[in-house]
Design a binder for this molecule. Structure first.
Ligand code: GLN
Length: 547
């Protein structure tokens, strides 16, 4: 029998609800339980795939090709659960299913309504999110903030879900904020009281309150929150801002006793104590490392950290593996165009992430040329690979004006072209080459050394590809096409063996990196950057330290 935990958020958004949910999933796994994780998003888009990264941050892609909310990235980084298409539902997806059923005549002439039809669909989505019969605990995070109009059907559905299940099988965790008022030097409980009040109006009584705070929560405050929110005092938990790494969150929650509280409420007795030994050891490494190297990330959405969330996380995992701090110099690709490659001076590595649209592309190409010519380690992901191919075609192979058909439909040398099966596609949502595909690695290459195997599976999200008409031209040069999808003969990886470290991949390796199992290419890239940093160069200005 699967138990369910529902996680809601109050007062404001951006409280780290995704992170807290992921951390809860992790601490339960560390007690020997099998968990599944799910996010319900109240917005109307069917999925975030068509939203601008500026609106929504990165789109996280699952193995089975779902384009999902970036919180799912936290879930996969913290737990062993692998997410699928049923791990993320939006209002749009729910309504689409209900409307399809209505058109099909499934409601037998009845009036279709929010209650019970939409709420029934949400409840079946919650059940579908339990990814196996052996799942002990299914966690469902509800996006948005309690009090939002669009979140109401989801909250109503989970209220019904609780009503229909034994009380020891369902747990409500509410994450809230205790704002600190600098002027009066005090923390306030009123917003928490009000947001719990909103939940109770809907019929949900939270079982556990997790209070985000900047300063320690006093016993007196906990007492007040307990009294006004109708939650026993030992179930009012503090979650203080972390010192140096988001990976501290599970450790702090266990220190606050959250694991025991959940186990007690849900009658989960495994006889196993939450074991975080390796995680604590990893945190000690992060805290005490004295080495560092600086990596430039040149992208289009650089102002927004969330737009490249998994990339920054994967870099930090590679930093942990190499026992070094990664200083990230975030550079807007357009600035390279206006201010030149001087912006890159002093970095030990260049990473060009994926992207869409023409803006900034020439800046990325210039940056890659600079890294190639200056022997600076380079790692290109998706559009980053495509830009590396264009740069090499133009500046080494002498193919003047070489470009991608995405931005230059009449180029003389379309070294990057539209994939065959994309030519008939008109709809934008969910139609790219998405999810995990196989990649064969050529022996004796950098890729084969890094992975230590000749076959991998990596996740994709693209419409364009290396143009195989140019394969021979490239094969006659110093660029090696080191990875290939066997089913469709697509180029998946390129590299320059004469360069200290130069690799481009058509897939998104950042989605398969975790703190204790860093992705091999990220790990190799950071190792090469460290090596580069030993050769001198200490211009560390404008860098942001990452744990
Ligand atoms: N825009 C490019 C394509 O569709 C690259 C996509 C990406 O970087 N995710 O192929």
């Amino acid at each position: 029998m699967t138990k369910h935990i529902f996680i809601t958020g109050g007062v404001v958004s951006s409280l780290g609800k995704g992170l807290t949910s992921a951390a809860i999933g992790m601490i339960l796994e560390r007690r020997g339980l099998k968990v599944s994780m799910q996010k319900l998003d109240p917005y109307i888009n069917v999925d975030p795939g068509t939203m601008s990264p500026f609106q929504h941050g990165e789109v996280y892609v699952t193995n089975d090709g779902a384009e999902t909310d970036l919180d799912l990235g936290h879930y996969e980084r913290f737990t062993h659960t692998r997410l699928t298409k049923t791990s993320n539902f939006t209002t749009g997806k729910i309504y689409q299913a209900v409307i399809d059923k209505e058109r099909h005549g499934d409601y037998l002439g009845r009036t279709v309504q929010v209650i019970p039809h939409i709420t029934d669909e949400i409840k079946s989505a919650i059940r579908a999110g339990v990814t196996g019969p052996d799942v002990d605990v299914a966690l469902t995070e509800i996006g948005g903030t309690v009090g939002d109009i669009e979140g109401l059907p989801f909250l109503e559905a989970v209220r019904q879900f609780a009503l229909e299940n034994p009380p020891e099988d369902v747990l409500f965790v509410h994450l809230t904020l205790l704002p600190y008022l600098r002027a009066s030097g005090e923390m306030k409980t009123k917003p928490t009281q009000q947001s719990v009040g909103k939940l109770r109006e809907i019929g949900i009584q939270p079982d556990i309150l997790i209070c985000r705070t900047e300063k320690p929560m006093t016993q007196e405050m906990a007492q007040k929150i307990s009294l006004f929110c109708n939650v026993r005092i030992e179930r009012v938990i503090e979650e203080r801002d972390v010192d140096f790494s988001i990976y501290e969150v599970p450790v702090n929650l266990v220190a606050a006793g959250l694991d025991e509280l959940i186990a007690e409420h849900l009658h989960l007795t495994t006889g196993i104590e939450t074991d975080l030994a390796d995680w604590r050891e990893m945190l000690a490494h992060i805290r005490h490392t004295t080495r560092s190297c600086e990596v430039a990330v040149v992208g289009k959405y650089i102002e927004l950290h969330d737009a490249y969330k998994s990339i920054y996380e994967a870099l930090s995992h590679a930093g942990i593996a190499n026992d070094c701090k990664i200083l990230v110099r975030k550079i807007s690709a357009e600035d390279i165009l206006s201010e030149g490659t001087e912006l890159l001076e002093g970095v030990d590595g260049l990473l060009v992430p994926g992207g869409f649209g023409e803006r900034g592309i020439e800046g990325k190409i210039s940056a890659i040329r600079w890294a190639r010519e200056h022997d600076v380690p380079f790692f290109g992901i998706c559009l980053g690979l495509q830009c590396a191919v264009i740069e090499y075609a133009r500046n080494v192979l002498g193919l003047a004006g070489a470009h991608t058909l995405e931005h230059s439909p009449h180029t003389e040398h379309p070294v990057i072209n539209l994939m065959e099966d994309q030519k008939q596609v008109d709809d934008k949502g969910g139609t790219m080459r998405l999810g995990a595909y196989r990649c064969e690695i050529a022996p004796g290459t950098l890729a084969s050394r890094l992975y230590g195997t000749d076959h991998v599976s990596e996740r994709h999200r693209h419409r364009f590809e290396f143009n195989n008409d140019y394969r021979e031209t490239f094969q006659g040069s110093n660029m090696v096409l080191s990875g290939r999808n066997p089913e469709r003969d697509l180029v998946e990886m390129i590299e320059l063996p004469e360069h200290p470290f130069f690799i481009g991949v058509q897939f998104h390796p950042e989605f398969q990196s975790a703190p204790l199992s860093p992705h091999p290419i990220f790990k190799g890239f950071v190792e090469a950057a460290l090596e580069h940093s030993r050769g001198g160069n200490t211009n560390k200005v404008a860098a942001e330290t990452m744990a």
